[in-house]
Structures are given as structure tokens and as C-alpha cells.
Design a protein around this ligand. Structure first.
Ligand SMILES: Nc1ncnc2c1ncn2[C@@H]1O[C@H](COP(=O)(O)OP(=O)(O)OP(=O)(O)O)[C@@H](O)[C@H]1O
Ligand SMILES: [Mg+2]
Length: 449
């Protein structure tokens, strides 16, 4: 009997042991499963970061770069929205550069000053994720900034730091499932913000290098152009001078012949034709001289709005008969320039007449004026044929013309060029994307002492 009891007891103890063991094993399995899940998530996060880094290094266009990041965050974190703030042009504040899934209409102020206390207290070495509620408690003095972030339902704030400087801000909303962010998530976002700040800096450097290269190429092209026109001008002026003297002599003798031709029938007629042709040559020579060295004329303080207004009145009937609409797009009080209003009228008239000539079926001429970097800039844009791209650099050359019927001397624009240069300004041409040509005249603003 006693023996049986002992056996039963032993069995119970074993069952108990087995149960405990089972419980422990199950607990271990649970822990391992959740560790495995975390590990798998971490591997996925790391893989995502790896893929993003690869992508970031190959994308230099900031806009698509930011958009790609935002979409990745939404997918990976299960948040409803996120935004990236970057440093504005003045380098003084952060503004929203790109956002996804946020209602920005609620935003009252859209910028956060870079010297905000909010950033002074964040980690300077690396990007770190902060909870908005913690930040709010910690920095009551940053009420405005926090309010902005809260107005876009921000939950986590990750200042993007590079070389001890704030380069931007990454913000994410709550998760759609309302589950909290774990440390792993915060680490993921912090790494992403770090990568992002490097990529943004790369894109910025690339953009500024591209701009510098573009400016350099433009300056070089302009220099070549100016040199070419100066050389052409010099040559033209010399030829004009040489032609001018014999022309004067021819004119004098023509007068003498004409005075004595009365008794020789048709001769008078011939002399008339000769005189006309000589006058035509004289006009061309005058234009050539104007191109290189416009006559020194009286200059005064000139209001460009008035000059163009007067010109428009002068040509309006002609334009109407050619079915051309002249559109004024300049303020009445453009700054004054120091100029000969007659010569400027000649420039603008040449430009308007050219537009008319290259708009056979009518169209519009839009004259736009504005002040830009100490100059008055005028655009004469038309809706005509435009100019072949490869011919653009030739239009200011003397004698360059595409008028087939021999009606053009090809000197109109050379004269414009000479006059504008003589006024310390510049003239350039380009085709409009919507069709037609656009000439831009820029003249230095005159500041009366
Ligand atoms: N608004 C324009 N649209 C299209 N092409 C233009 C325009 N303005 C100028 N051009 C081109 O530039 C060339 C040179 O113009 P420029 O005024 O110097 O001479 P032109 O008009 O041909 O001759 P002229 O001025 O003696 O009548 C023109 O023949 C034309 O090819
Ligand atoms: Mg012309």
C-alpha cells in the first residue's frame, strides 16, 4: 500500500515537472518567436536603409529624392503622413519642402527659425528622433514651433544633422494602427534622417555646381559674342569710313552733273536714279558707323515707360493694319535711365518692326518691363516665326538677314546693339517656349545725385 502511494506521488511530481518544463519551453518559444520577429523587422529595416542609400546616391534631383523618401517612410512605418523641412534660401529658417498625407491648409506659420531653442538642445552630432510630447514639455518657450508641428499632426520629430549643423527636419505623424513607436523605429528614422541630410547636401552641391557651370558657359558665350561683334564693328567702321569719303565726292559731282543735265534729255532722269542709289549707300554707311560708334548724342534722364508709350502711339495704326496686338506689361513708373530718348526709340522701333516683319499673319507683341539688379529690363516678345536655334548667335551681326526679297539690310539689330552698348547696357535674344522670338534690353538705372 505504502509502496503504491510512493509510486503515485512520484508520478505526480513527474507530471508537475513536465508541466513546468512545458511552460518554460513555451515561454522560451514565445520569446524566441518575438526575438525572431524583431530580428526579421530589423533586417528588413536595414535592407530598406541599404536600398535607400543606394537610391539616394544616384538621385541628384532633390524633389524626386524627397518624394521617394516620404513614400518609403509611409510604407515602412505605417504612418498616415510625413514631411521634410529644408533650409530656405536665406539660410535662416526651415520650411516644408515636401510632404505626403498631411493637410497643410491647417498650417498657420510655415517656417521654423534655425536658431530656435528646439534645435540648440538636440543632438549636434547625429540625427535623433524625439517625441513631440516630450519636446513640448521640455521646451515651453518653443510654443510657436511646436504648434506648427502639431498642426500637421506630427508625432516624431527628427532634426537632420550634418557636420554639427541642422540641414532639415523630418517629421512623421502617428501610426495608422495607433501603436507606439519602438526604439527600433526611432533608430530607423534617425538613420534615414542622417542619410537624407547627406543626400540633400549632395544634391545642393550638385545644383550649385550645375548653376556655376551654366553661368560660366553663359559668360564665355557672351564674351565670344561681344568680341566677335566688336571685331565686326571695327571692320565695318573702317570700311564705312573708306566708303564715306568717295561717296561724298560722288555726291558733289552728281550735283554738278545735275545742274548741267537739263539740256540732255533723259540724263536728268539717270542722275536722279544715281542720286537715290548714292543716298541709299550713304544711309547704309551711316548705319554701319552707328553700329560701331553711335553718334555722340545728348543724353538726359529718361523715363522708359514714357518712351515706349510714345512709340506705341506712333506705330499703333500700322500694327492694327497688320493685325498685330501690342500688349503693355510695364509699370508707368519704371526707374529712369541716362540716355538719348531718340536713340532708344530707334532701338525699340527696330525691335517692333522686326516682330512685325516676322509675323506675316499677325499676332501679338508683348512689351514687359521690370527692375532687376540695378537695371531696367525690357522684354520684347512676339508670337512670330522665332529664330532657328543655330542662327540665334548671328542676328546682331551686320548684314545678317533672312529676308529673302532683298528688303532687309541686316543692319537693324547691329544698330540696336551699338546703341545699347553705348548706353552701358546689353541686348540679347532667345526663342520663347510657346513660339516666337524675345529680345531683352537691359539698361542701368540712373540715380540722380
Ligand atoms: N522678331 C524676330 N523674329 C524672327 N526673326 C527675327 C526677329 N528679329 C530679327 N530676326 C532675325 O534677325 C535678322 C536680322 O535682323 P535685322 O533687324 O538686323 O535685319 P533685317 O530685319 O533682316 O533687315 P532690316 O532691319 O534692314 O529690315 C532678321 O533677318 C531675322 O532673321
Ligand atoms: Mg530689322
Amino acid at each position: 500500500m505504502v509502496e503504491n502511494m510512493d509510486e503515485d506521488y512520484e508520478k505526480m511530481r513527474n507530471t508537475d515537472k513536465v508541466l513546468k518544463l512545458e511552460e518554460e519551453i513555451s515561454k522560451n518559444i514565445d520569446e524566441l518567436t518575438s526575438a525572431n520577429r524583431r530580428l526579421r523587422k530589423k533586417i528588413f529595416d536595414l535592407y530598406t536603409i541599404f536600398e535607400i542609400s543606394r537610391h539616394l546616391n544616384s538621385v541628384l534631383d532633390t524633389d524626386s529624392l524627397l518624394d521617394g523618401i516620404l513614400l518609403t517612410i509611409i510604407g515602412q512605418m505605417g504612418v498616415s503622413g510625413c514631411a521634410i523641412f529644408t533650409v530656405d534660401k536665406d539660410g535662416k529658417a526651415l520650411t516644408i519642402a515636401k510632404s505626403r498625407g498631411l493637410t497643410l491648409s491647417k498650417v498657420k506659420t510655415s517656417h521654423i527659425p534655425l536658431d530656435s531653442r528646439l534645435f540648440q538642445a538636440t543632438d549636434e552630432k547625429r540625427s535623433t528622433a524625439y517625441n513631440i510630447i516630450e519636446l513640448e514639455k521640455k521646451f515651453p518657450e518653443c510654443k510657436k514651433e511646436i504648434e506648427l508641428l502639431k498642426s500637421i499632426d506630427c508625432s516624431l520629430v527628427i532634426p537632420m544633422t550634418l557636420k554639427n549643423k541642422i540641414r532639415g527636419l523630418l517629421v512623421v505623424t502617428e501610426r495608422m494602427a495607433h501603436t507606439p513607436f519602438f526604439e527600433d523605429d526611432k533608430d530607423f528614422l534617425a538613420i534615414l534622417a542622417n542619410q537624407l541630410s547627406v543626400a540633400i547636401e549632395n544634391a545642393r552641391l550638385f545644383e550649385s555646381e550645375k548653376e556655376a557651370y551654366y553661368q560660366l558657359a553663359k559668360a564665355q558665350r557672351q564674351l565670344v559674342e561681344t568680341e566677335k561683334l566688336a571685331a565686326l564693328g571695327q571692320l565695318s567702321a573702317r570700311v564705312a569710313h573708306e566708303v564715306n569719303n568717295p561717296l561724298g565726292i560722288m555726291k558733289n559731282y552728281l550735283e554738278i552733273i545735275s545742274q548741267n543735265a537739263g539740256s540732255f534729255g533723259k540724263l536728268d532722269n539717270y542722275v536722279g536714279i544715281l542720286r537715290e542709289e548714292v543716298n541709299r549707300i550713304a544711309a547704309i554707311v551711316r548705319q554701319l558707323l552707328d553700329f560701331y560708334h553711335p553718334r555722340s548724342v545728348e543724353k538726359s534722364e529718361v523715363n522708359l515707360s514714357n518712351v515706349i508709350d510714345e512709340l506705341i502711339v506712333l506705330v499703333s495704326v500700322q500694327m492694327e493694319s497688320n493685325q498685330i496686338e501690342l500688349k503693355k506689361n510695364y509699370p508707368p513708373d519704371m526707374p529712369c535711365v541716362w540716355a538719348s530718348s531718340e536713340q532708344l526709340k530707334q532701338v525699340f522701333l527696330n525691335l517692333i518692326m522686326n516682330s512685325r516683319d516676322f509675323m506675316p499673319d499677325g499676332g501679338e507683341i508683348i512689351i514687359t518691363g521690370r527692375e532687376e539688379n540695378g537695371s531696367v529690363v525690357l522684354d520684347f516678345a512676339d508670337s512670330g516665326t522665332g529664330i532657328e536655334e543655330k542662327e540665334l548667335s548671328k542676328v546682331f551681326d551686320p548684314f545678317y538677314t533672312t529676308k529673302k526679297d532683298g528688303t532687309g539690310t541686316g543692319l537693324g539689330l547691329s544698330v540696336c546693339y551699338g546703341i545699347v552698348q553705348n548706353h552701358g547696357g546689353s541686348i540679347s535674344v532667345k526663342n520663347r517656349p510657346e513660339g516666337g522670338a524675345q529680345f531683352t534690353v537691359s539698361l542701368p538705372v540712373y540715380h540722380a545725385r
